[in-house]
Ligand binder design. Structure first.
Ligand code: SF4
Ligand code: SF4
Length: 385
């Protein structure tokens, strides 16, 4: 059976959803813990671009949309959706998902006529309960991945995602070979998008159109685990899909979605002792934090493959998908700083675990340097003859 997703929201649901995100935003205590974490704040020094300012705007969105809808849209757009604010929020607010949700609602709102906007405002003033329209899904943990040390016959989907498909198809092939050699039964899904670019540009209809065929494909393959080499795709499938699909897609909540590093760090890989004195300077992608990756890259590159693992300082590369197109000067400046910071270690290898970060770092060097993904390094060490 092919499932179909529901499309645009009725006016009453837009009003309820706006009320619901207002309620979540009101939980912010303005403690400021998120401020120094925000890469956009670090780069610009503007408090009005931090998560707490965005939440303040959302917490009175009913008033702001009436007089200054463009101010709300602009503030929400200057954001990498990197999730760093979420990872330190003292109130546990899922900020980046909330900002995405707000962008989508803003898009729905802006498409309506003045008359329909008035009706939305009237609905917002009525005492409806809003709780049902915005709820956080339970975040999956390794507990649902029960037998990581014996992968034989575990069926895996490797989801390649747009950046691997368009710019690094060799990495998909390498990942497939690594996973097979680790004992997994691997199917690859390529040529499909996780839908995040549609969400970040506020287009829920395009998101549902592009992702419902991917969801149906995933469902038909009946796999135990979906794994991706792109942490942004992993975050989207794992954390955002359950928020944006309706009850027709309930199976999504039960999917085990893992990043390549999470899966392989938990998998027993047999290898001859490798002695290796080369230095690797590592850039940690922002979305590693939001999907719970900590020392897995070090486990793979240092403990398994023997490289000297040097973690570069915890600053964002400034890519952020459409952020790099919409705000090129801020993005480029962040990329340059990140690259300079990585080069201080004078390592022969610069590496990261995200195709978007690879593109940004290479671009920041004028395409003069090579930046590797863990997949490249593992392939070279374990598979290539
Ligand atoms: S998601 Fe990232 S860029 Fe956006 S407000 Fe939070 S920390 Fe700043
Ligand atoms: S850390 Fe959380 S509660 Fe504190 S200011 Fe930031 S968003 Fe608000």
């Amino acid at each position: 059976m092919t499932l179909k997703a529901k499309k645009s929201l009725p006016l009453k649901d837009i009003a309820l959803s706006l009320k619901a995100i207002e309620e979540v935003a009101l939980k912010c205590k303005k403690c400021g813990k998120c401020q120094p974490e925000c890469p956009v704040f670090r780069e610009t020094g503007y408090e009005n671009l931090t998560a707490r300012s965005k939440l303040s705007l959302i917490s009175s969105i009913d008033k702001k949309l009436g007089i200054l809808p463009s101010k709300v849209g602009k503030s929400l757009s200057i954001c990498l959706l990197c999730g760093r604010c979420k990872s330190v929020c003292t109130q546990g607010i899922d900020t980046s998902a909330l900002f995405l949700h707000a962008r989508l609602l803003l898009d729905e709102f802006n498409k309506k006529s003045i008359f329909k906007k008035m009706i939305i405002f009237i609905f917002m003033k009525l005492p409806f309960k809003s709780g049902k329209k915005y709820k956080s899904p339970e975040i999956q943990t390794f507990s649902s991945f029960t037998n990581p040390l014996q992968p034989k016959n575990k069926k895996i989907i490797f989801f390649s995602g747009c950046l691997f498909d368009k710019f690094f198809p060799d990495k998909t092939e390498k990942a497939k070979k690594i996973l097979k050699s680790a004992g997994f039964d691997v199917d690859v899904i390529n040529g499909k998008c996780c839908g995040l670019p549609h969400l970040t540009s506020g287009n829920k209809d395009a998101f549902l159109k592009s992702t419902s065929s991917l969801a149906n494909k995933i469902s038909s393959l009946n796999a135990d685990i979906i794994v991706s080499g792109c942490p942004t795709c992993t975050m989207t499938l794992k954390q955002l899909w359950p928020k944006f699909f309706d009850e027709n897609f309930d199976f999504i909540k039960n999917l085990t979605v893992l990043d390549f590093h999470q899966l392989l760090a938990k998998t027993q890989i047999k290898t001859d002792k490798i002695s290796n004195n080369k230095n690797i300077t590592w850039h940690n992608p922002c979305h590693f934090k939001s999907i719970g990756i900590k020392n897995e890259p070090e486990k793979l590159l240092h403990e398994l493959l023997g490289y000297n693992f040097i973690k570069s300082s915890d600053i964002c590369c400034g890519f952020g998908g459409s952020f790099s197109i919409d705000h090129p000067l801020i993005s480029h400046s962040m990329g340059k700083k990140k690259l300079d910071n990585m080069r201080e270690d004078k390592s022969s290898i610069l590496a990261t675990g995200c195709p978007a970060c690879i593109m940004q770092l290479k671009k920041s060097s004028g395409f003069k340097i090579e930046v590797l993904h863990t997949i490249d390094i593992m392939y070279e060490a374990l598979i290539k003859e």
